[in-house]
Design a protein around this ligand. Structure first.
Ligand SMILES: Nc1ncnc2c1ncn2[C@@H]1O[C@H](COP(=O)(O)OP(=O)(O)OP(=O)(O)O)[C@@H](O)[C@H]1O
Ligand SMILES: [Mg+2]
Length: 409
């Protein structure tokens, strides 16, 4: 959120900025605060870019006139005011609502009161789509080898092709399938180890040092490079706060965070399940696969709380709608599932697509046109792309976007 601080003198503007220094850095990063300064004579040219105006204490009554002007010309701007303790006691706040000021704070206020107001504004902005709230997509599987990594990478590529910023988080500490395709991930993996073992705090800057840039709008978070930190991340309860912090920061910077959980349920992956917007459970149609899914659902649905967030994806199967219905009928009654959980069409076996690892493409751009259509439809149903993009078949022509990640041409 861009905050414009307006006050009479440069000194007073700087003093007002200092109030924000009391906000815990973790909150500041999630709120994505950026500051601009202005005086009462030059503020108007800066309003177009502003989300929140903070009127400084030196303005006194003049602040009310400025607020009135702003609320008429830029009605979307939220206006907050600081005033001297004397002005506050004498009731300056009584006039504030009539000129569009949302809240008045005495200069000696508790910074947490101020923070609370900023959090409320940020929540409103997110609801209105004014602040970025990256969507967290958890890719899961109850059984190995069903195509979890394949689907995670394919969906990430589709989302990125429609211009969205995407973070792929490889939480598969054993196979590291996504990360192993990279040759340059070592430094980033080392950085991540230092965040997991606590030798560095997790901030936006330190997290960014752990990301591998795949393309202009795709980044990858690989697992740490040491087994101790890998195990700590996915098995230790510290993983809960680590995962939560990474998700909080990433939601501000990325439109989508796609996590390859490889199906593990532990503190960190459990946090991903709990916080995700959608959980895609990749399944096959084998007896082992379906009975494993039956067991797995007991854990997953507990974590998801809201079952409609779960979407099954039958992968690698030439399936008719009736096969999906049959599987749904087997699994749904014991877990109170509904048709909402079964909206995704099955992904067919695709021999061209199967050779995606190391090809320079993801499964999406490597596969045949029918499979591409299905994957695009799935991306649309998961809100990874808008309906217009979902109908566009041109996206497939720009394959190779992931060439650093998935191949070494
Ligand atoms: N629809 C499909 N058609 C053909 N091949 C596929 C399909 N989906 C995945 N594959 C292939 O199956 C293999 C296993 O896929 P993948 O590694 O994505 O599975 P996984 O569930 O992530 O496995 P793991 O349990 O090791 O994490 C890969 O070689 C992939 O190319
Ligand atoms: Mg995998």
């Amino acid at each position: 959120m861009i905050i414009l601080i307006i006050d009479s003198s440069a000194e007073s503007q700087a003093q007002t900025v200092r109030i924000f220094e009391a906000i815990p850095p973790a909150d500041g990063e999630v709120l994505d605060l950026k500051f601009r300064l202005a005086s009462e004579v030059d503020f108007e040219s800066k309003l177009d870019e502003t989300d929140i105006v903070v009127l400084g204490p030196q303005l006194g009554e003049k602040g009310l006139a400025i607020a009135r002007k702003i609320s008429v010309s830029h009605s979307w701007i939220q206006i907050l005011m600081f005033c001297s303790d004397e002005a506050y006691s004498s009731g300056l706040f009584r006039n504030a609502p009539f000129v569009g000021i949302r809240k008045v704070f005495p200069i000696s206020c508790n910074p947490l009161d101020f923070l609370q107001e900023l959090i409320a504004i940020h929540a409103e902005f997110k609801r209105e789509g004014r602040a970025r709230e990256g969507r967290l997509i958890c890719i899961s599987q109850s059984k190995g080898g069903v195509g979890g990594t394949t689907i995670a990478a394919a969906l990430a590529e589709i989302a990125s092709l429609s211009g969205k910023n995407v973070l792929i988080w490889d939480l598969d500490i054993e196979t590291r399938d996504l990360t192993r395709s990279l040759t340059l991930a070592e430094e980033e993996a080392k950085s991540f180890a230092s965040l997991v073992n606590g030798s560095r705090d997790i901030s936006r800057d330190s997290l960014y040092e752990c990301l591998v840039t795949i393309s202009d709008n795709v980044s990858l978070l690989p697992p740490p490079d040491t087994m101790a930190e890998c195990v700590d991340l996915v098995c230790h309860t510290d993983g809960i706060n680590i995962a939560k912090r990474i998700i909080d920061i990433s939601r501000v910077s990325f439109d989508y965070i796609i996590v390859d959980t490889c199906g593990r349920i532990g503190p960190a992956t459990g946090t991903v399940f709990r916080l995700c917007d959608t959980c895609v459970l990749v399944i096959d149609d084998t007896v082992f696969g379906l009975t494993a899914t039956d067991l797995y659902l007991h854990y997953v649905l507990n974590l998801l709380e809201e079952p409609s967030r779960l979407k099954f994806l039958l992968n690698g199967v030439t399936a008719s709608r009736s096969l999906i219905d049959q599987i749904a009928n087997e699994l749904s009654p014991g877990h109170s599932l509904t048709s909402e959980n079964w909206i995704l069409p099955p992904v067919p076996p695709d021999t061209k697509g199967a050779s995606w690892p190391g090809s320079g493409n993801s499964f999406y751009s490597q596969s045949g046109s029918k499979t591409k259509d299905v994957l695009t439809k799935i991306a649309g149903l998961l809100n990874l792309i808008d309906e217009k993009s979902a109908l566009s078949q041109e996206m497939g022509d720009s394959g190779g976007l992931f060439s650093r990640l998935f191949g070494r041409r």
